[in-house]
Design a protein around this ligand. Structure first.
Ligand code: MN
Length: 237
C-alpha cells in the first residue's frame, strides 16, 4: 500500500482511538507528518475526532495553510501541529487534547511525572507552557505560529507539554507512538489523582524511567497495545 494511504488509515484509527479512550471529546485533534513531504502535515477538517473518516483528512503546509481549500471549517489551533513539526524533525505525529484527567496538572504547580510503569514513555519531564508569559491575557487558544513556536520552545525535546489552564500537546515518532503517550498521560494522571486520596505518591525514579524495555513490547512487527486499542474503537488494525 502507498505509505500515504497507510498514514491516513492510521490517522483515522488514531482519531477513533483517542475519542474512544476519552482522551479527546468533541474537541482535540491528531495530525501526522506527510510521508512524502516533511514540509506538510495531514489533519482532518474540524470534525469531532470520533467521527473522522479517511475522506476528512486534509493536507496543510507547516504554517497552517490548507493545500487545497475545500470550504470545510478547519481547526483553529493548527499552529500547535505546524510549529512542533517545524522545530522537531523526528516528530511524525502530534496530538492536542483537553483530557479531563490531565487538566488538573495543567492548572496547579503539581508536576506531571511518571508514577506507573506504563507511563515511562511520557519521559522524566513534562513542562508546562504558560501562554500568558509572552502573550498576556488571551482566549487561551493557540491561533498564531508565533504562539505555536513559543509552545514548541517550551516543549523542547520532551514527549509532551502541558498547556496551562487548557490541555496538552503530545508528540510521537509515529501515530501509534503519539497515541500511546497521550493515553499514558491520562492513565498516569488518573492513578496519581486516585493515589493522592490514599497518601503520598511514590514516583518512578529517573533510572526506572530510562531502564531498557524488556518483554512483549520488544516483539518485532506487532504492537499488542495498538491492536487492542483499534479493536476497542471498532477499527481494523
Ligand atoms: Mn485546545
Amino acid at each position: 500500500m502507498d505509505p500515504l494511504q497507510t498514514v491516513i488509515q492510521n490517522l483515522v484509527a488514531g482519531n477513533r482511538i483517542l475519542a474512544n479512550e476519552g482522551v479527546v471529546d468533541s474537541k482535540g485533534h491528531i495530525s501526522a507528518r506527510h510521508p512524502h513531504n516533511p514540509g506538510r502535515y495531514l489533519l482532518s477538517w474540524a470534525r469531532s475526532p470520533g467521527l473522522v473518516e479517511a475522506e476528512d483528512i486534509m493536507e496543510f503546509e507547516l504554517d497552517g495553510t490548507p493545500v487545497q481549500d475545500n470550504g470545510k471549517p478547519i481547526y483553529i489551533e493548527r499552529p500547535i501541529h505546524g510549529a512542533i513539526y517545524e522545530a522537531r524533525p523526528e516528530v511524525m505525529s502530534v496530538i492536542h487534547n483537553h483530557c479531563y484527567d490531565v487538566l488538573p496538572f495543567a492548572l496547579t504547580r503539581t508536576p506531571m511525572r511518571p508514577a506507573v510503569h506504563n507511563a515511562r514513555r511520557i519521559g522524566e519531564n513534562v513542562p508546562v507552557w504558560e501562554i500568558r508569559d509572552k502573550f498576556g491575557d488571551t482566549d487561551m487558544l493557540v491561533t498564531t505560529m508565533e504562539q505555536g513556536r513559543d509552545l514548541a520552545s517550551v516543549l523542547r525535546a520532551n514527549k509532551a507539554t502541558l498547556m496551562r489552564g487548557h490541555g496538552c500537546a503530545v508528540t510521537g515518532t509515529s501515530i501509534a507512538d503519539a497515541v500511546h503517550t497521550a493515553i499514558s498521560l491520562k492513565i498516569n494522571a488518573r492513578a496519581i489523582l486516585e493515589g493522592m486520596r490514599l497518601g503520598e505518591i511514590c514516583y518512578l525514579t529517573p533510572g526506572e524511567i530510562h531502564a531498557k524495555q524488556t518483554g512483549a513490547a520488544s516483539l518485532k512487527g506487532f504492537d499488542r497495545a495498538w491492536d487492542y486499542l483499534c479493536r476497542r474503537a471498532g477499527v481494523n488494525p
